[in-house]
Design a protein. Sequence first.
Length: 663
Amino acid sequence: MFKIFKISLLIIALEMSHATFAEVVLDGTLGTPGALTGPEFAIEAHLGEQVGNNLFHSFEIFNLNQHEIATFSGPKTINNIISRVTGDKISNINGLLRSTIPDADMYLINPAGIIFGEHGSLDVKGSFYASTANYLLLGQNGRFDASHPENSLLTIAPPSAFGFLDESPAGIEEYGFLTVDEGKSISLIGGDLTLQDIDIIAPGGQVNLVSVASLGEVPIDPANISNNAFEQFGTITMTDTTSINDRNTNIYVSGEGGGLVYILGGQIFMENVYVFAETKSAKNGQGIVIKAKENINIKASELSSKTTSSGEGGNIDITTPNLTLEGDALIEADTQGLGNAGNILLHLDTLTLKSGAQVNVNSGNFFKRKTGQGGMLKIIANKNILITGQSKSSSALLSNTFGRNEGGSIDVQTPLLEVQGKGSIQAGTEFDNGKAGNITLHVDRLNISQGGSITTQTLGNGDGGEINIQAHKISIADKGIITASSSGTGNAGNIKITSPGYLYLSNSEITTSVSANNGDGGNITLDPEFIILDNSYIKANAFEGKGGVINITTTGIYNFSGEPIKDIITAKSEVEGLDGLVTINSPDIDISSSLTQILPKTFLDAASLLRKQCATRSGLNLSHLSIIRGDVVPKDPMDLRNHSMQLAAPGFKPCHAYGKPPS
């Protein structure tokens, strides 16, 4: 028993020694098998197989501990160093991966999984690709297979795609520092991707993060992936615990020609992460592309695609069903140089901005006034958009210009847009001669409340921007505001609202007024079916300049404010003779000639009259107005103080039943 016990201990010791020291082991499928000697592992060309400009290596085990180095070498003619790990063991890279072959790209494939530790790093001359794919496709017909090496067909063709044969591919974890030379790429392509406290740097190059969860092939450049390449995509989680109180860079592709960040997954979570794709020369930027099949959640993070020179800024393009930005999260495509800013394009079902989150296409800053033009922020949301919350700065969509060029534009298309809790949509200009951008909204329902605002403004002598709203139902309540104002010497912008439904204002304003001495009030054009005013105002006033023009076309204005309409709808100037013009057009009633008349707060009880005359007059073609009292506190502002108002055209002959108003 004693001898058997000693032999067992010896076997265990040998196994532990093998696990500890045999970190790089050749599997023999391309040459001689066996372990290489560390801590500096020399991986020379004769240990693998060269086919044309491709150099192939095959390992049973491939790990690097801290302070260990794996150096790949070979002829200068090699374009691609391609390595696979076949031993069904995860590769832990916590040391340095190095290549001495000039400009050669490096590929590492391990279907069992790859982990880059906090000390993992790169020293390669070309691009770097790490994947948990089962095989690497070479051109059209070649194949370098890691799961079934016998299925390999080595060719001179360059790598073309990563192939996955498993419904649940292994993941990739990254905790280290990965960097490549100017203009090169870093790609992590596998199952779930977990990236924490990372630095991935490819100046002027490309960073690709792709997570898949089914069978399919990912092209070497994943931007070329087809829409039906995979049935399912995996989860990408990016967090940074080191920069909670400090602004660190996590993914950086900024450079002379601003690089590209491409992220594709099923669900994408980013917390306290900073991604920069900024343009620093005359070359045009490439920007940031993020696509998620389920959910993107960005918290206390920043995605930036600026231009700081004469090159055009890159675009930010995000496609996902659901996008949530919170905790001062920021997506920006700005210009602080002579080049024009890039655009931000959001294609989604729902968008939520809360707790100070912002999306902006600003131009210029306080120190740099001469800049290019602001970009376009375009949002297409198939379901709804919510902008809410307040922290150090309010949640907002922004297009402000602080320079001498025009601000960018904001274009929103969605069935439901809610702006509340001091959230805002804003296009402004601060400096001389820079015109504010325009805001265009195409929505079915627009709800502005609790201090929410839609505003264009000028603080200098540039003109304010235009606001154009097309909506079926518009509710502005609880200090909500739509304004195209001027606080400087420039003219206020204009507001145009078109609606086949109603415009309801409660304790709110629509204004194109000027608060400085000079500047003309802007114009307001309203074209809803009817307007309800409850302690609210419509103003286009000025001081020394001209009052604006207010043109309203509607079937009726219902005023619950307790003031004459002439004091509620105004286009005045402090200078005599410079008042603007208020025109109210109604197909049925001409109320422009009697602005002092208002709808009373209390109404005659028409019920008794209707009951008495219903039987005798029901055959006549009569118009009627009925007030139906509800028996509960109204939840919807359109309940009109617990009353429902119904207007009927001639020919409608009801005998009224009383109860709750219809929904």
